[in-house]
Design a protein around this ligand. Sequence first.
Ligand SMILES: [Fe+2]
Length: 274
Amino acid sequence: MLLAQISDLHFRSEGRKLYEFIDVNGENAKFINQLNALRERPDAVVISGDIVNCGRPQEYQVAQRVLRMLDYPLYVIPGNHDDKQHFLNAMRPLCPQLGEDPENIRYAVDLFPMRLLFIDTSLAGQSKGWLTPATLNWLEQQLQAHSTRETALFMHHPPLPLGSAQMDPIACENGHELLMLIERFPQLTRIFCGHTHRLIVTQYRQAIIATVPGTVHQVPYFHHDDAPYYNLEPVSMVMHRYVPVTGLVSYCQPVAPHDSSYLYDPRISCPVDA
Ligand SMILES: [Fe+2]
C-alpha cells in the first residue's frame, strides 16, 4: 500500500485568487501534475479536507475540473472551509464512497493491509471541528467489528491540542471522545489530519497523530503568537507506505520541480587528492 496524502487545497472560483494574490487554482493544477508524474505511483490519493476556500458551488466547479485530472483513485473528506452539500455534489463523482447523505459523510476502505476510515469533523459555520454522536457511534462499531485489523483514521481537524497558538482553539473540540476510542481499540494506530497546513506529529497511546502540509499555503507554527499568519513555504505531500514487518512508514515528499535523483558515487564522496 502506498497512499499520497494532500490537504487544504482551498480552490477559488474561476479567475479568482486566494486573498487576492495567491493563484491557488493554478498552483493546485501544477500540484496534481506533479502527483501524476510521481515515479513510484501511489495506490490512491487522500485529500484531508478544505477542498475549497468559501464553500461556493463555483469553487467546487474548479476543484472538480482540476481533481478530475488525477490519475489515481481518490479518497476525500470535507474540512471547515467546505460546504457539506456542495462538497458532496462535486466530489461524489470522483469518490463514490462518500455516499449520498451530506450530514453523515463517512466510509471505510478495506483494500489494503491497513483498514482506512474516513470521517467528517466539520461543523457548519464554524472553524473548529466536532465529532457528532452518529460519527462516534459509527467509529465505535467499525472498530468493534474489525478489531484484528490495524486501522488508520483520516479526519480534517486534529483531535487534540498540538501546541499551536493559532490552530489549537480551532482543533476538534470534543476530540477527547476519539482519544477514548484510541484507549479502547489498540488496532487504531494512526490518525491523519489536515487543517494545520503544516507537518506536525505527536502520539496518544499507541496512535501516531499527524497533520500534513497544505498544497499551496502553509501556516507557521508559533506556540505563543496566535495571529492568523500564513506563508508560501515550499509545498509537499505525505506518503504512507505499508512495509512488511515494519508496518506503516510515512515520509514527506516535496512537490516543487527538482532535478531527478543523483546516484551516490563513493569515488567522489571523499576523494583522496593525488
Ligand atoms: Fe485549510
